[in-house]
Structure formats: C-alpha cells, structure tokens
Ligand binder design. Structure first.
Ligand code: SF4
Length: 283
C-alpha cells in the first residue's frame, strides 16, 4: 500500500475513532499501545500513569466550530447534522452573556448603546421579566435601573425578596427606539436567549411585568386583567403576571392590585418551597 493510501486510511480511522468517542465516552485503548485521550495540546506526547509513553490527540466530542461561529453537530461517521450556534452550549449565564452580547439578529443592535443581558442571582428561585430596556437601562447596560427599576426594588423588598436574590431580565436585550413596543419579529429573534437564560437559572417561578411581557412570553392576546391572578405555565415553569412598575408610576391606583398579585406570588412561592417569607408591606 502506498504511503498516501496509508496516511488516508490512518486519517479516516482517527476520524472514526474521534466520533466513536463522542458516543462512547469511556477511555479508548488501541491495540498498538497508542492510547487516545482528550488533550489540550494536540501533538503532545507524555507518560501515562503506568509510565507508558502515550500519544495524545484532541478528540472533538460535541461540536466543531465553523468560521461563522456556528457549531455543527456530527454523527458517528463525521457527517454534519444539525447546525447549532455556539451560545446554545453555554453552561453559565456569564458564558452566555459573553457569547451573545454582540448580537445582531434583529435591527435593534443598530440603535442600542448597550446590550442588556440581565442581572441577579444565577440560581434564583424567581425570575422577573419585563419587556425591554428603556433609556436608563440602555445607558447603563442593566435592566430596571431607572425610576421604574427603583419602584420594582421597593415592591420586591416589600414582598420579602431582595433584588439580589432574584434574576431580572427582559424579553428583548436591546432597546427599541423611543421605547416603542417590541415588534413580533424582534421578540422571536430574542426569545431563544431568554429561554436559554431560563434553562440556566431554572427558577421555581417566573413573574412577568406588564401586558407586553405577558403577551410576548405566553403568546396570548388576553388583556392583563384576565392574565393577573392566575398561574400560567411556560415550558414547565409556573408563571404569574402583574403590572409593569412604569405603569404604576403613571397610574398609582394600580399599586393596590399589584400588591395583591405580589402576595399571591409570595403564597405560591411559600407553598412550593416550604419556606416562610417575611413581608414588610407596601407603603
Ligand atoms: S433585541 Fe435580541 S435579537 Fe435583537 S439585536 Fe438585541 S439581543 Fe439580538
């Protein structure tokens, strides 16, 4: 057999073994004494635990990065199957943030000052979701930092939850110009990021603030009055809906019903966790 053919055969065999390893994660030992294992240095040679010289080669297990930043999953024969994006493999909120903060999937990247990922406890029991960043949030890169944000902090505090204990984010991560409502195309472009955030935090409860957030996440046209006071379900997570704090600034009469909603949220949380939350009450 010519050297070229032999090289080709070795290359094909290595490719097969790499993909084989993806499906059978145990260490592989090959008859000729060369042991394959995962390694950071593709060409390194080192001594194994019994002093045997081993050749280490990189084993691509899950994915192979493409120039586009996308990731192609491969079957056992090395054929590309579903193409997934790199951020879909993020294992923490910080990692997700670093992979998506330059997002240009909808037109809003052109007018934003800052991408607004979200803030709070990565292991929160409660995720609070608004509709989109406003001017203050866009300027600071953090959700709910303006007057509405201060009111949200007071509402959470009065109920017995500190801002730092929950995770706060929005349906959209970039500000719509002039604070207009999000367009359906923008919501759908951004929804996968929110879903990934929810998967990573895996809260016990989701609190949606305002009609737009409720409409966008629950895909409903029901008015807020009909959505409040009920427990909804979004992909297995329990969801409650109340007014957006910005609406309370415009109409203080909605503070009382908001407080009723928060007491209901607290009761549900206590029932689900067996914990007792000390409320301070709304002033
Ligand atoms: S709103 Fe979402 S999808 Fe649109 S650019 Fe911002 S991060 Fe990307």
């Amino acid at each position: 057999m010519s050297n070229d053919k032999l090289d080709d055969l070795i290359s094909q065999t290595e490719k097969f073994v790499q993909n084989f390893e993806r499906f059978y994660h145990d260490r592989l030992l090959i008859d000729n004494g060369i042991e394959l294992k995962k390694a950071s240095d593709p060409k390194s040679e080192e001594l194994n635990q019994v002093g045997k010289k081993v050749k280490t080669i990189p084993l691509k297990t899950e994915k192979s990065e493409k120039e586009t930043g996308g990731v192609a999953e491969m079957d056992i024969f090395g054929n590309e199957t579903v193409k997934r994006e790199e951020w879909e493999f993020a294992e923490s909120l910080d990692q997700l943030n670093s992979l998506i903060h330059d997002c240009k999937k909808c037109e809003l990247w052109k007018t934003r000052t800052n991408f607004v990922f979200g803030v709070g406890n990565p292991n929160a029991d409660i995720v609070v979701i608004g509709e989109a960043p406003g001017a203050d949030e866009d300027a600071q890169g953090e959700p709910f930092v303006g007057r509405a944000g201060q009111l949200l902090n007071k509402i959470l505090d009065a109920t017995g939850f500190a801002r730092e204990e929950v995770f706060i984010c929005n349906i959209l991560k970039s500000r719509p110009p002039g604070n207009r409502n999000p367009l359906p195309i923008e919501v759908e472009a951004c929804r996968p990021y929110l879903e990934k955030q929810l998967k990573l935090v895996n809260p016990k409860l989701i609190l949606l603030l305002g009609r737009v957030a409720a409409e966008s996440l629950l895909k409903t046209k029901e008015p807020l009055a009909k959505l409040r006071g009920k427990i909804h379900n979004y992909k297995g997570w329990k969801v409650m809906v109340t007014f957006h704090p910005a609406a309370l600034l415009r109409n203080p009469n909605w503070k009382r019903p908001t407080w009723d909603d928060m007491l209901q949220l607290k009761a549900l949380y206590e029932e689900m966790t067996g914990k007792t939350i000390e409320s301070k009450g709304m002033k």
